[in-house]
Design a protein around this ligand. Sequence first.
Ligand SMILES: [Zn+2]
Length: 256
Amino acid sequence: MLKTLFLPLCFALVLGMMASCVNQAENKATEKEERSSGETVVEEQVDPSLTVSVDGIEGENIDTVQFKEYVFFSQSVPETVKARMQGKSMKDEARIGYDELRYLTVYHYDFEGHIQRGELVCNRAIAHDLLCVFRDLFAESYPINSIRLVDDFDASDEASMQANNTSCFNYRTVPGTSRLSRHAFGMAVDVNPLQNPFVRGERVRPATAKDYVDRTKNFEHKIDKDDYCKKTFSSYGFRWGGDWRNSKDYQHFEKR
Ligand SMILES: [Zn+2]
């Protein structure tokens, strides 16, 4: 009895989530068209080497959201990606398995305004929301320096942050404590960490971000409460580290 109810319920839930996601994208597209009405609209050239059609996506547990030709998708972590992660972001003693994680392919504008393909590993519980978040940021041409796995930096959070890399999963503790970070469960994302450091007293992470500690200053790529990235994450139920009381983590968005 439970089983016969469970499957249709899941199906309805997934359909509902997809519909809500699609509606927001459509609204955004309309807003953009209205805003640019009267101006000359330059049709953007799509680089075919970047994009992949929905039919061309291989893997298990595929989920997609789309903006124009760009298909943002999640899948079970492929074996090739597991090989990159094992012993780096994924530790032998980890209290989370690959089956609880998803591998995401997303698109973003870099700081030079070029479209780039990015990759993330996150908890399957937030995979769909993250696809929607990054799709919305892309639709708004929100600049993100790079989105690569922390494994490309030997799973060093400091190295990834100094490279101004946006990332999610990393099985690690909160620095200076023995407490596991929300990143250890793939439930937190750090965005443009160089301009949006972690600050607690005199401590700044990354160490190279001292110029960006004073949040009353104006500079590019600053995430504050009015920032589009912050608003987008909030609209999908993520909490922002800039709202914390004792320390500030301006790059950090997480779900409980
Ligand atoms: Zn973080």
